[in-house]
Write a protein that binds this ligand. Structure first.
Ligand code: NAD
Length: 523
């Protein structure tokens, strides 16, 4: 693996940028915390934190601002995010620098996030009216009952997002909520708060009124409950363990929540796969953002007939990867983001090795590159006695297993409590689709790792089982931020016996009416 090392000064953001962005936060009432660039360890700045009073004020402002915002025509709200899209693309260099500095990821992986937000902003700006405008529904009595389904914004939506894809998971989840007429209070992770604040600033420059989208800052464990206590809906992305806590808090308040949680995603390489493409796709599937990606592949099941060829080609490509976090498109994988990520990745690999796993490549930290760099790692001979077999690693570690049949691959792939993403490689897409139907997974990518399904944002994305209950993208991704309201207008006759008509005659009349409507195909 070649090293492309970032000079420390490259990854230090200008103090004015940090100051300008931190000023935007609804924060300052609690003691600030220092944040450091993971790739170098250099301090980025001090991040103000929100007190309970700051959070209270943010919600009060949001409720006020939301009324006017929701009263605007959908087209006007959508137009803000068409402009947002253009500014994002024009000024991408700024956010790429911030994203890389805060996460330690490589520039190509940072760009994936810009692409995600660009696609989401155009998509929801274009489809929102079609999904949110009132829809006529069949009334109880044809012609006489005119029924309309109306979509009302929830009110103030809380978006609690993690640090691994901080632009995509703060902005792309907030955009549909805003276009639907909600106000949003975002609680990004402290490590990646500047990214969320940058998106928030761009939204206001694109025309979003002040107060409609605000950012509060603080540790999730400390302020998460305060945010949920005041929200009308919660959109949460993070670990399954925290997701359960959030679900319980939302349940107590009887508010809805969308939970996007962890994964232990399987990739299946069938005996007819194009092995060059599978090996190349495996690099993207396993090592994007150093594997700190919920959709990342952590298990590869390879048919025995192509096992040796796949392993040889895949490992050769891993060995060619360039490690670094330069502010240029010249490294293939960056750093992990925290010491605790480095600890958990190292613990999984060390435990596996101690119990007999073989390291095909990688397997060690690279403190010579930066405090949290870890090599892309491929393991074989992994057994269910090892933590890496079943637990999410959330790092650049993948285990390869030899299987004798499709049935064995499917059974092993499904041997998990998670169900977020899966990938199947085959030249026969019909066969791939049949296998997809048997995989317990919210998404299945055929001949791609994750981006085919994830990027198809006209279709919903979300997990099964321990991977959560939420859906983003598609109609689900915006309708979840609304409540339906049914408005029915009754004309001419009441739905009740006419004056002087007995209940028995009414029942007979209605029975005739039901039969008539059936004959006419009206019901
Ligand atoms: P985590 O649950 O520890 O933290 C995630 C975020 O939640 C952090 O910002 C944290 O501050 C916050 N948080 C923690 N406790 C909270 C509480 N009680 N109330 C409110 N917020 C709280 O998870 P992590 O390990 O930091 O993040 C990685 C996890 O996120 C992985 O499991 C990964 O698969 C998952 N993830 C899922 C998706 C998805 O779309 N399904 C996307 C990205 C990450």
């Amino acid at each position: 693996m070649t090293a492309v090392i970032s000079p420390a000064e490259q990854l230090a953001l200008p103090a004015q940028t940090v100051e300008r962005l931190t000023k935007r936060a609804a924060a300052g009432g609690a003691a600030a915390v220092a944040v450091h660039a993971p790739a170098t360890g250099v301090k980025i700045g001090d991040l103000p934190q929100s007190s309970v009073a700051d959070i209270e004020q943010a919600f009060a402002t949001a409720r006020e601002a939301q009324r006017d915002w929701a009263a605007r025509p959908i087209a006007e709200r959508a137009a803000v995010f068409k402009r947002f899209h253009d500014i994002l693309l024009d000024e991408q260099a700024d956010i790429l620098d911030i994203l890389q500095t805060e996460t330690g990821k490589s520039r190509p992986h940072a760009f994936d996030e810009v692409g995600d937000v660009a696609v989401n902003s155009r998509y929801y700006a274009k489809v929102a009216a079609g999904l949110l405008d009132p829809h006529k529904r069949n009334g109880v009595l044809p012609i006489l009952t005119q029924t309309t389904e109306v979509r009302r914004p929830k009110g103030v939506v809380a978006v609690i997002s993690p640090w691994n894809y901080p632009l995509a998971l703060s902005a792309s989840d907030a955009l549909p909520a805003l276009i639907a007429g909600n106000a949003v209070i975002s609680r990004p992770d402290n490590q990646t708060a500047l990214t969320a604040l940058w998106a928030n600033e761009v939204a206001e420059r694109a025309g979003l009124p002040a107060g409609v989208w605000q950012v509060v800052l603080g540790r999730g464990r400390e302020i998460g409950g305060e945010v949920i206590a005041r929200a009308d809906y919660v959109d949460y992305t993070g670990s399954t363990a925290t997701g359960r806590t959030i679900a319980a808090q939302a349940a107590t308040r009887l508010i809805g929540c969308s939970l996007e949680l962890g994964g232990k995603n399987p990739m299946l390489v069938l005996d007819d796969a194009d092995i060059d493409k599978a090996a190349d796709g495996g690099i993207r599937a396993c090592f994007s953002s150093a594997g700190q990606l919920c959709e990342s592949m952590e298990r590869i099941y390879v048919h025995t007939d192509v096992y040796d060829e796949f392993v040889q080609k895949f490992v050769a490509l891993v060995d060619e990867m360039k490690l670094g976090a330069n502010l240029a498109f010249d490294s293939d994988m960056g750093s992990l983001t925290f010491q605790r990520q480095l600890d958990s990745v190292s613990a999984h690999v060390d435990d596996a090795v101690a119990k007999g796993a073989t390291v095909l490549t990688g397997g060690k930290a690279r403190p010579d590159l930066g405090p949290y760099f870890y090599e892309p790692t491929v393991l074989a001979d992994v057994t269910d006695a090892m933590a890496v077999y079943r637990d999410e690693t959330f790092g650049p570690v993948v285990s390869i297993y030899r299987v004798a049949s499709d049935e064995e691959a499917i059974a092993q792939a499904n041997d998990t409590a998670y169900g977020l993403n899966a990938s199947v490689w085959t030249r026969d897409t019909k066969r791939g689709r049949k296998i997809a139907e048997q995989l317990r997974s919210g998404a299945v990518n055929i001949n791609e790792g994750f981006i085919a399904a994830w990027g198809s944002i006209d279709a919903p994305s979300g997990g099964l089982g321990d991977s959560g209950t939420g859906r983003r993208h598609g109609a689900d991704g915006i309708l979840k931020y609304t409540d339906s309201q049914t408005i029915a207008v009754q004309h001419l006759l009441p739905i009740a016996p006419l004056p002087g008509m007995s209940d028995e005659v009414w029942a007979k009349t209605m029975t005739l009416a039901f039969r008539g409507m059936k004959l006419l195909g009206l019901k």
